[in-house]
Design a protein around this ligand. Structure first.
Ligand code: HEM
Length: 347
């Protein structure tokens, strides 16, 4: 092998042929990395023009969107890659679970869960920054939902708000967390996550897939490059379709009706609508515990890295049911709720 470059150090010299099959990873890990890269680069650009002050933030976003050359495009890229990252990371998580790939990789599963929480929190703290009507009220609803969080609720709400209500402190905190704390923590966790993939001997795959190995260069590099460029094209394509929204300036005395949380928390808002105790505390606590404990409680004997292994049927079924229930709540909250949270027919 010739000179080793930076990327060579991140990979083992050879890889199992099966790891290259598109259905093994669905490319989701690299897709997450790509979205993260776009997010960081566009975030750094927006950082140069934004001011986290309640009298200036809205005008700054208008300036970036309308008068700055390519400003609207960069903002749209940031918005699309941030939201897409939630979906990509969720798909990555789903594939790991359904393949039982957390077996022998429990620590990395926990790092991954930490990353998922950070992705949600990063999106949430960014939501307020335009300081428009929708962002202001969504954060107000989101912060009140945080109050329900088992044990840590009131503390979490205080951390988000920096006071009793959404105000200048909340904006400053959101910015500090969004542009400082969350990205730094994310870089640390992503590094640990990738290092663990390498330390755990690459992807989890059944022993029979051990037989055929290929050199990483060029095979894995080609596959990774393809996923990278495909994700990039997807992000740019979506950016041409979806614009980052900006509504009228935040008005604390005029709540929209209904006031909705950001879409990734709306399933939670929907559940709280049925029962504050069950939907707000018990169900999220049980889901959280299930996600953290599943790799430790799963005693099935099948090898890791096999889709829908027969002896993991129970685990997969439970996981899919949880997932579907959350999707139903999300769809109901996002599209089927109108004024005063009444059920509506959106079509
Ligand atoms: C920013 C978010 C994330 C990034 C950039 C990321 C990146 C990656 C990459 C590049 C891999 C190598 C294999 C692959 O592409 O699937 C991987 C594997 C893995 N990830 Fe993630 N990941 C993220 C989030 C998560 C989440 C949310 C979880 C689950 C809770 C998770 C759990 C794992 C596990 C257990 C492996 C090892 C899988 C195996 O051996 O087959 N990751 N991740």
């Amino acid at each position: 092998m010739g000179q080793r470059n930076f990327f060579d150090h991140l990979h083992a010299p050879s890889i199992r042929r099966k790891a290259l099959h598109p259905l093994t990873t669905l490319g989701m890990g690299i897709a997450c990395l790509t979205a993260l890269l776009v997010l960081v680069l566009t975030g750094l650009t927006l950082f140069l023009y934004y001011i986290p002050d309640q009298h200036e933030a809205y005008e700054r976003i208008l300036h970036i969107t309308t008068t700055l050359r390519f400003g609207g495009f960069v903002r749209d890229l940031h918005y699309v890659s941030g939201n897409l990252l939630v979906i990509l990371a969720a798909l990555h998580l789903v594939r790991i679970f359904l393949m039982g790939s957390y077996k022998g990789r429990r620590l990395n599963w926990l790092y991954g869960l930490g990353l998922f929480v950070l992705i949600l929190f990063g999106n949430f703290t960014g939501y307020l920054l335009p300081w428009d009507q929708i962002s202001y009220w969504a954060i107000k609803v989101g912060a009140s939902l945080a109050d329900y969080f088992p044990l840590l609720g009131p503390w979490l709400k205080a951390v988000i708000l920096g006071g009793h209500d959404v105000g200048p402190e909340t904006l400053l905190r959101s910015f500090a967390l969004h542009a400082g704390g969350v990205p730094v923590l994310m870089m640390v966790l992503v590094s640990l996550h990738l290092w663990r993939v390498r330390k755990d001997g690459g992807l989890a795959l059944p022993p029979e897939d051990d037989r055929e190995r290929l050199p990483v260069r060029p095979w894995l590099y080609r596959a990774e490059a393809m996923v990278f460029f495909f994700t990039l094209a997807l992000i740019v394509g979506l950016t041409l379709i979806f614009d980052a929204p900006i509504y009228e300036r935040a008005n604390p005395s005029h709540p929209p009706n209904p006031a909705k949380s950001p879409w990734y928390f709306i399933g939670f808002q929907e559940m709280v609508g049925y029962s504050a105790l069950f939907g707000g505390v018990v169900a999220p606590a049980l889901i959280g515990l299930f996600m953290v404990l599943a790799p430790f409680a799963d005693r099935s004997r099948s090898a890791a890295g096999r889709w829908f292994a027969p002896d993991r049927r129970g685990w997969n079924l439970l996981f899919i049911l949880l997932l579907l229930s959350q999707l139903v709540f999300l769809v109901l909250g996002q599209w089927f709720r109108g004024k005063n949270w009444a059920l509506i027919w959106p079509f």
